[in-house]
Design a protein around this ligand. Structure first.
Ligand SMILES: Cc1cc2nc3c(=O)[nH]c(=O)nc-3n(C[C@H](O)[C@H](O)[C@H](O)COP(=O)(O)O)c2cc1C
Length: 178
């Protein structure tokens, strides 16, 4: 399959997940293009058979560069006539949406809007969402020190850790075999 791994990562947590996905998918013989969202990236999502799309969670939503990418890309496809009423499914095209999140205040509830928000881009294009993954990620910024041990998820220092990455590799293998 032609696979796109598109992600935004500010402090490196989501990047660890993206690299694990890329390595695992390549190991299975797939062709993988890995892209970190920047201000000017433009990619044809419809070219790919499978898309992994992920971001860290920032105030319940994906990071700003990912939000900007979604706005730009939605506009492009709307102008090209690819956003249609009822969002008809595109045969054989699927994706996984994932985030890394701290969950300090309300646990996974503050990550759900980010994943649902990103997913709507694929869903509007007719790409089936085959999975939604929520992966815990430590807060790295100095001014938030302490948040990684006192929140609703308990101690998240070092997350995503090697167990998290192993689970991501297993889920990647699983989902690509469907
Ligand atoms: C400025 C800032 C705001 C954050 N806001 C949230 C939030 O609202 N909810 C949450 O669950 N995690 C929040 N986090 C934690 C990050 O989502 C988490 O550390 C994530 O793994 C970062 O991913 P990244 O390093 O790939 O950008 C925040 C972290 C920072 C630094």
């Amino acid at each position: 399959m032609k696979i796109l791994s598109l992600y935004f990562s500010s402090t490196g947590n989501t990047e660890k997940i993206a690299k694990e996905i890329e390595k695992t998918a390549r190991g299975l013989g797939h062709r993988v293009d890995a892209l970190k969202t920047r201000r000017d990236i433009d990619v044809d999502l419809l070219y790919y058979d499978f898309i992994f799309m992920g971001s860290g969670v920032y105030r319940w939503l994906p990071g700003r560069p990912m939000l900007n990418f979604i706005s730009r890309t939605l506009k492009k496809y709307a102008e090209n006539g690819n956003i249609r009423p009822s969002a008809p499914r595109l045969a054989g095209k699927r994706g996984v949406i994932y985030c890394t999140y701290g969950g300090m205040h309300t646990g996974v509830n503050e990550a759900i809007p980010a994943v649902k928000y990103m997913g709507q881009l694929l869903d509007h294009l007719g790409i089936e969402i085959a999975g939604e993954w929520y992966i815990v990620g430590e807060y790295h910024l100095k001014k938030y020190q302490g948040l990684s041990t006192r929140g609703r998820l308990g101690n998240t220092v070092g997350r995503p850790n090697s167990d998290d990455l192993q689970r991501v590799a297993e889920m990647t293998r699983g989902i690509l075999q469907i």
